[in-house]
Design a protein around this ligand. Structure first.
Ligand code: NAD
Ligand code: DAU
Length: 351
């Protein structure tokens, strides 16, 4: 079996759902169920005896030690994190606690468990750390995309905390020989994405008649990857990645934010036209820029393609249509996550 952390969040829950579509191997899913973690993401696994969701913190050593002892996983995949850049600007401390201290404590528990494993389980064990392209900082319009050897230059409390966690993972391999793998991925989008991030926020706001907030001039560039493509990359790295190596994962899909939102608007115009017949693009509104806003991210994903044969299956055009369709078909999920505390966040960030 495998132990997944943060498997009730956006990417983690897509990963767990994808895992059970590909394999019958059991998953223990450790998630603190913060505002971003949602058991409803895993509703289709109810009654599946091979999946267990455990509410708890990756930094709770007693809990993690006991899960490792009881379940004896062959791998631990760490998705758990505080993940939203804007929240890291308002309240960085949670990011240090989970992304830095939590990852450190998790590594300590995993190291103790792995050290005590007999062969051949010890050699076969893997710790896979899911990280971000934001650790490499910001590119200018003419810079080459990030490769795995780019210097770390994190610019936000979020990316700095992820960079720290990546360094700890690297150090546990070099110092203790822990068999680690790290993936640094670009911006994901798709089903089950919490509507604080650009794409799900704009779908939700468009359909509820609210403004579509564009930070600054909207010309910041991100490299978009459909979430299930990220999941297949992680499975491939787990299966065949070289120990201690880092793999950049991206969609070869650079887009300016304004173009992303305009595309969303035209897909919505077609799939769910406004009652007044006007285009959703009329709701686009320019708002104050994010402090320290990184201008451009772009991933060079040639290493994972060359070494492991992984390539994304979706284009932005196919992925965005699937995503909009999912949000239109899952209004109850959206209502569930946008009541209560969500309103406090949007008031703080946008009003
Ligand atoms: P998310 O915020 O949707 O989910 C994070 C999950 O971690 C939630 O279920 C939350 O409850 C859980 N969690 C938070 N603190 C925890 C703790 N202390 N212990 C246990 N669980 C805890 O995030 P996401 O977008 O799914 O991102 C998952 C991982 O992928 C993160 O490590 C993130 O840095 C990385 N990543 C995200 C993207 C992206 O575009 N979303 C891109 C590249 C990498
Ligand atoms: O690059 C990978 C990263 O992508 C992940 O590590 C992060 O966890 C994930 O949140 C994401 O970070 P971004 O900051 O790029 O994503 P976000 O959706 O918050 O913003 C995407 C772009 O859109 C960014 O340039 C900021 C802009 N934006 C965002 C919001 C929420 C807006 O213009 N308006 C908004 O309301």
């Amino acid at each position: 079996m495998i132990l997944v952390t943060g498997g009730a969040g956006f990417i983690g829950s897509n990963f767990v759902l994808d895992w059970f579509e590909q394999s019958g191997e059991s998953v223990v899913n450790l998630d603190a169920l913060t505002y971003a973690g949602n058991p409803a993401n895993l509703a289709s696994l109810q009654g599946n005896g091979n999946h267990a969701l455990v509410q708890g913190d990756i930094g709770d050593a007693a809990l993690v030690d006991s899960l490792l002892k009881i379940h004896q996983p062959r791998a631990v995949l760490n998705f758990a994190a505080e993940s939203h850049v804007d929240r890291s600007i308002h309240a960085p401390e949670d990011f240090i606690q989970t992304n830095v201290v939590g990852t450190f404590r998790l590594l300590e528990s995993v190291r103790a468990y792995w050290s005590g494993l007999p062969e051949p389980e010890k050699s076969a064990f893997r710790f896979l750390h899911v990280s971000t392209d934001e650790v490499y900082g910001s590119l200018s319009a003419t810079d080459a995309p990030f490769t795995e050897t780019n210097r770390y230059e994190p610019n936000s409390p979020y990316s700095a905390s992820k960079a720290a966690s990546d360094h700890l993972v690297r150090a546990y391999h070099h110092t203790y020989g822990l068999p680690v793998l790290t993936t640094n991925c670009s911006n994901n989008y798709g089903p089950l994405h919490f509507p604080e991030k650009l794409i799900p926020l704009c779908i939700h706001n468009a359909l509820t008649g609210k403004a579509l907030p564009i930070y600054g001039d909207g010309q910041q560039v991100r490299d978009w990857l459909y979430v299930r493509d990220h999941c297949s990359a992680i499975r491939r790295v787990l299966e065949a990645g070289r120990l201690g190596e880092v793999y950049n994962v991206g969609g070869w899909n650079e887009k300016a934010n304004l173009d992303v939102v305009r595309t969303l608007c035209s897909v919505l115009d077609e799939m769910s036209p406004r009652a007044d017949g006007k285009p959703y693009a009329e709701q686009i509104t320019y708002v104050k820029d994010r402090p320290g806003h990184d201008r451009r991210y772009a991933i060079d994903a040639s290493k994972i393609e060359r070494e492991l044969g992984w390539k994304p299956a979706e284009t932005f055009e196919t992925g965005i249509r699937k995503t909009v369709r999912w949000y239109l078909d899952n209004t109850a999920w959206v209502e569930g996550v946008t009541s209560g505390a969500y309103k406090n966040w949007t008031a703080k960030q946008y009003d």
